[in-house]
Design a protein around this ligand. Structure first.
Ligand code: ADP
Length: 318
C-alpha cells in the first residue's frame, strides 16, 4: 500500500513539475526522463524474449540498433527540453536586468524632484502637503531599493558581479551604519550596541557592497524584532579573517525553513504575518557578495528567541 502510494506521489510530482514550468508532457524533462526509463525496460525485456525465439545474430543486432535509436531520440528530446528551460531562464534574467535598469532613471528623477519639494526650493509646503510628500518619498526609496536589488540579482545570475576590492575599515562601516539606523531603531524600540576594537584590522573587500551587506543584516535584525529588543553587534579577529556577528532578540526563523534563508525571494511564514515590507532578496545578495569576497556567511536562529547572523571577510595583507 505504502509502495503504491509513493509511486502515486512520484507521478503526482512529475506532473506538478510539468505544470509548474508550464510545459507539455513531451517537453517536460522529468516526464520524458521517466518515459525513457519505461521504454528502456520494455525494449530490454522484449529484446530478451525475441532473441530467445530468433537465434540469428543479425536479427538480435538489428533489434539492439533499433532500441539504441529510440533511446537516442528520447535523449535528444530531453536535452532539447533542458535547453529550452535554460534559455527561458536566461531570457527572464536578462529581462529583469533590462527592466530594472530602465526603471532606475525615472525613479531617480522622482527622487530629485521630491528632494527639491521637501527642501522648500519650489516654495514652502503646508504641513499636510509635507506629510504626503514624505509618504511618496518613502515609497520612492523602497522602489529604488527593490530595483537595485533586482539588478544585483540579475547580475549575480548572469555571473556579471563586479567587485572592486580594496582596504575596508569594518569598524567605521559598522559604526556609520548604526548611526544611519538610529532613527529607525529608536522608533522600533530596539537598542543597538557594538563591541569591537577601533584597532580592528582592515579587510580586503568591495567597501560599498559590504556596506550593503551590513545594512541588510542590521535592517533585518531591527525589522524582525517585535516590540522592545536588543541588537548586539560584535566584530573580532578570527584567524586570517575578521568575523562580524549581528545578534537580535527577535522573532527567529522556523527550523524547517532555515535551509531556504539564502534563496532569492524567500520570506519565512512567521515574518510575513507582521512584516509586509520585504523582498527576500537581501540575503541572497549578501551571500553572493561575501562569498565572492572569499568570506563566509551563516546564521543560528531559534523561533521566538532570536537570530544571529555571522560573516567573515579576509584581513587585508600587503
Ligand atoms: P527581506 O528581509 O527583504 O524579506 P532578506 O533576504 O533580507 O529579505 O531575508 C529573507 C528572509 O529571512 C526574511 O524575510 C525573514 O523571513 C528571514 N530573516 C532574515 N533575517 C532575519 C532575522 N534577523 N530574524 C528573523 N528572520 C530573518
Amino acid at each position: 500500500m505504502i509502495r503504491f502510494l509513493s509511486r502515486f506521489q512520484i507521478f503526482h510530482r512529475i506532473f506538478a513539475e510539468c505544470k509548474e514550468y508550464n510545459l507539455p508532457a513531451l517537453e517536460c524533462p522529468s516526464f520524458v526522463f521517466f518515459l525513457m526509463g519505461l521504454i528502456n525496460m520494455v525494449a530490454m525485456v522484449s529484446t530478451y524474449f525475441i532473441a530467445r525465439r530468433y537465434t540469428e545474430p543479425e536479427i538480435v543486432a538489428l533489434m539492439v540498433i533499433g532500441v539504441t535509436l529510440v533511446i537516442l531520440i528520447i535523449g535528444h528530446t530531453i536535452t532539447q527540453s533542458f535547453d529550452k528551460l535554460a534559455q527561458a531562464n536566461k531570457m527572464k534574467t536578462e529581462f529583469v536586468g533590462v527592466a530594472s535598469h530602465q526603471l532606475r532613471t525615472p525613479l531617480s528623477a522622482m527622487r530629485w524632484t521630491l528632494n527639491l519639494l521637501m527642501e522648500g526650493r519650489l516654495g514652502q509646503l503646508a504641513p499636510e502637503q509635507m506629510n504626503y510628500i514624505t509618504l511618496i518619498k518613502e515609497s520612492n526609496e523602497r522602489m529604488i531599493k527593490l530595483v537595485n536589488d533586482l539588478l544585483d540579482v540579475s547580475r549575480i545570475e548572469m555571473g556579471k558581479v563586479v567587485l572592486r576590492p580594496r582596504q575596508t575599515n569594518l569598524y567605521v562601516l559598522i559604526q556609520k551604519t548604526i548611526n544611519d539606523f538610529m532613527p529607525l531603531s529608536k522608533a522600533s524600540n530596539v537598542n543597538i550596541t557594538l563591541e569591537a576594537s577601533e584597532t580592528l584590522p582592515n579587510v580586503y573587500s568591495d567597501t560599498e557592497k559590504v556596506a550593503l551587506v551590513i545594512q541588510n543584516l542590521i535592517d533585518n535584525a531591527i525589522k524582525y524584532t517585535k516590540g522592545k529588543g536588543e541588537v548586539k553587534i560584535k566584530a573580532e579577529i578570527a584567524g586570517k579573517c575578521v568575523k562580524v556577528s549581528i545578534q537580535d532578540s527577535g522573532v527567529g526563523i522556523p527550523q524547517d525553513q532555515q535551509k531556504h534563508v539564502f534563496q532569492k525571494f524567500f520570506r519565512s511564514d512567521n515574518v510575513m504575518k507582521h512584516q509586509t515590507v520585504g523582498t527576500g532578496l537581501g540575503l541572497f545578495i549578501a551571500r553572493s557578495v561575501v562569498e565572492e569576497s572569499k568570506g563566509k556567511i551563516w546564521f543560528e536562529s531559534k523561533l521566538g528567541e532570536g537570530t544571529t547572523f555571522y560573516f567573515t571577510l579576509p584581513v587585508y595583507s600587503l
